[in-house]
Ligand binder design. Structure first.
Ligand SMILES: [Zn+2]
Ligand SMILES: [Zn+2]
Length: 736
């Protein structure tokens, strides 16, 4: 099957996946790419062999540019302009945006056979068993990992993770994948496999359980236990848990699953191998090759190699550190550094790390024991995770080593280690409260050593730097990962990705778990090993590829995916105007103008009331008065010549509302060159009717006919202009 010219020569798919004597059916006008759609198409063409989906690798995926995240689609895509048709002359990705895409849902348009360039290629015969790979999240972003495997009408889901919002998403708690596709295929889903307990893999589980409560959830013990609190917090239905262990097997319909131990920054992580009638797919989960880890935490290289020997149709491999050369640091190395620092420091040690980094917490415990220190854990998630890990036997802290703050106070400073949350500068976490002098039990002082045993997540550098400044100001010594080996990534570096490729020897590589740059870099790494580009499938969320037993593949119609925003227990879309409003509010402030008009004359009954928040101006009272006067002038001018006007929802003239908005906005533009959020409210009061004896009592339904809306000819009665206008005073004082 493989071309002699192809430099990549693993025995990637062994005979079990081939049917002897059965040729692949080819279609003349269909199939994949002569690389016309690929920027480096000719190179691909040379690398791809006649019996491979020639040149069709990444190129075919690129035509599906209907995603609203056009940067992703375009980035993956071929030359600009190569859009839905997969040709350079086709409409660009934006041209294909559907209404759903404009609303913020990614909709991937089908790439049909007709749309792919006419090159004889590997189109799977319809009677060949096929395995579909459908990422719903985690490709093009770090977070929201969710992958669907489908075969013979059944599906399994791998991970259901969340992503944390960016600073430009105020008020949003979390982001989760759009589960519409899973909901629509509810009856086909045989199970959800959780690879490990990090939020980007389990965090969306409560929301998925609310949609589809009946799916059994498979995971190792610690992983499943980590999900319980989240499910309860969200008041979601508790799933049917099925505990698995590394090297255990589960058969779900056409999927024969085996779980493979991997090293990571959390304990009890697994990769997943799924044998299917179409071939075997290996999903690495998050992994590193920590060769110095304890036996029970070490990546099961033998298992990966044995799958490589047997034949792997596709490897879905973690791309997080695909741009970091070499081999990741071992946790043991971090442990040695911590031990040295603990021994050499004369005072207290305060270590900040992720509460989920149980491998790190283990090393801290060992270093504390070796340096004859005792440990206090602080921070809700830290104490909760440590207690859970101890209860389940994942963390062994000898009696007397863990103490509380009271006991710590009675100890010498050189006998104490405090392990805290807040390594990312989170303002409410234990570490930030210590730095601000607001922690109830810890007062940082000279002689203390603060160890930041975590990398800075991009975007958090400033907050972390501020914390370090505060600790320095208090006289403490600060140790960060730039100065000492006090942090090790949980994701394999380039050499480890190469090792994974060499062990599993897949026919196809699908880089997962990374931003676009990571996925591309992962492709380059595989190419460096001689893997032809045509067998490295760069996919985006919502795309759908069918791999066949004869090692061909084809793109299928994409599925709906995208991001849902979680705010409390409510879900929203990133395209909601409410986010834009919040950004404007935070940036420019808000101005509320409300006026009461006589419904007969349309004249204001009092000076308009003005409230301004979050707008910077030299003299706030001046600004308030200027707005009041502008509003008064607008109302009076309208009352003089209202013409025919349209009553709004509360009977107010819509034309006046627009005029007020325009006039007040002009004033702000003129004076402070800013556009605060402006809210205009007009109340229409029939003063005579209110004064009449037949006026309805307070609380009566006022929507009836007693409230006249538009006098045919409102009489203009000149009134005194407001004198001293102050905001916040009663109308009797502010009125004309
Ligand atoms: Zn992870
Ligand atoms: Zn992850």
């Amino acid at each position: 099957m493989r071309s002699a010219a192809a430099p990549w020569t693993p025995r990637s798919v062994a005979p079990p996946f081939r049917i002897p004597g059965r040729g692949r059916r080819r279609r003349g006008a269909s199939g994949s790419a002569s690389c016309g759609v690929c920027p480096r198409g000719s190179a691909d063409g040379a690398a791809g062999s006649a019996d491979l989906p020639h040149g069709a690798g990444p190129a075919d995926f690129r035509g599906t540019g209907a995603s609203p995240r056009s940067s992703l689609a375009c980035g993956i895509g071929p030359a600009p302009g190569a859009g839905l048709t997969g040709t350079r002359d086709g409409p660009g990705p934006r041209a294909g945006r559907t209404p759903a895409a404009r609303k913020g849902f990614k909709t991937v348009t089908q790439v049909t056979d007709e749309q792919t360039p006419a090159e004889p290629a590997a189109i799977p015969a319809e009677d060949e068993p096929q395995l579909e790979i459908i990422p719903l999240g985690g490709l093009g972003e770090i977070g929201m990992n969710c992958m669907v495997l489908a075969c013979q009408g059944s599906m399994i889901v791998i991970d259901a993770g969340l992503m944390f919002p960016k600073p430009d998403q105020p008020g949003v708690d979390l982001l989760i994948p759009d589960f519409s596709f899973l909901k629509a295929n509810e009856d086909k889903i045989l199970g959800l496999v959780l690879t490990h307990g990090h939020e980007d893999h389990i965090g969306a589980l409560p929301f998925l359980m609310r949609e589809i409560p009946r799916i059994p959830v498979f995971g190792t013990r610690l992983t499943l236990e980590f999900t319980r609190d989240r499910i309860q917090e969200q008041r979601a239905p508790m799933p049917e848990y099925r505990e698995i262990r590394p090297r255990s097997n589960v058969t779900l319909g056409p999927f024969q699953l085996e779980f493979i131990k991997v090293s990571h920054s959390i304990l009890d992580g697994v990769a997943l191998a799924a044998r299917t009638p179409a071939g075997t797919v290996v999903h690495t989960g998050d992994f590193k090759m920590d060769l110095s880890a304890a036996e029970e935490d070490r990546t099961d290289l033998f298992k990966f190699a044995s799958y490589g020997e047997e034949g792997v149709l596709a490897l879905l491999s973690d791309s997080t550190n695909s741009d970091v050369p070499g081999h990741s640091v071992s946790e043991k190395e971090v442990g040695r550094t911590l031990c040295r620092l603990f021994k050499d420091s004369p005072g207290r040690i305060i270590v900040a790390c992720f509460a989920s980094s149980l491998t790190r917490i283990r090393e801290i415990v060992k270093a504390a024991i070796a340096s004859e220190r005792r440990i206090v854990f602080t921070g809700r998630s830290m104490t909760g995770n440590v207690a859970l890990a101890q209860e389940l036997g994942y963390l062994d802290i000898p009696p007397g080593i863990e103490i509380d703050f009271e006991t710590a106070d009675a100890c010498e400073d050189r006998e104490v280690v405090i392990v805290a949350t807040g390594s990312q500068g989170e303002p409410m976490a234990a570490l930030a409260r210590m730095a601000a002098g607001e922690h109830r039990q810890v007062e940082v002082r000279g002689g203390d050593t603060i160890i930041f045993s975590a990398r800075a997540i991009p975007g958090n550098e400033t907050a972390i730097g501020e914390l370090m400044n505060l600790f320095r100001h208090l006289g403490a010594k600060v140790v960060d990962p730039h100065a000492e080996v006090i942090h090790a990534s949980g994701h394999g570096h380039i050499d480890e990705l190469k090792l994974m490729l060499s062990l599993t020897r897949p026919h196809y590589l699908i880089p997962v778990h990374g931003e676009l740059r990571h996925l591309h870099r992962h492709r380059e790494i595989a190419e460096e090993l001689g893997m032809p580009r045509s067998r490295i499938l760069l996919m985006a969320d919502g795309q759908r590829v069918a791999l066949s037993r004869d090692r061909s593949y084809r793109m299928m119609k994409g599925v709906r995916t995208g991001r849902r925003l979680v705010e409390g227990r409510r879900l929203g879309s990133p395209a909601d105007p409410v986010l834009k409003e919040r950004r404007r509010l935070s940036e420019f402030g808000i101005v509320c103008v409300s006026a009461s008009l006589d419904s007969r004359t349309l004249m204001p009954l009092a000076a308009p009331s003005v409230s301004i928040q979050g707008v910077r101006y030299a003299d706030e009272q001046d600004l308030t008065m200027a707005v009041q006067e502008a509003a008064w002038d607008s109302c009076a001018e309208f009352a003089r010549s209202p013409g025919s006007w349209t009553p709004g929802p509360s009977g107010e003239p819509e034309e006046l509302v627009r005029k007020l908005q325009s006039d007040v906005k002009s004033l702000f533009r003129l004076h402070i060159s800013r556009k605060p959020v402006l809210i205009v409210q007009i109340s229409m009061l029939d003063v005579e009717a209110l004064a009449a004896p037949e006026a309805p009592p307070l609380g009566a339904d006022l929507s009836g006919s007693w409230r006249r809306r538009a006098p045919a000819e409102p009489a203009w009665r000149p009134q005194e202009r407001p004198g001293t206008l102050r905001t916040g005073r009663g109308p009797e004082e502010n009125g004309p």
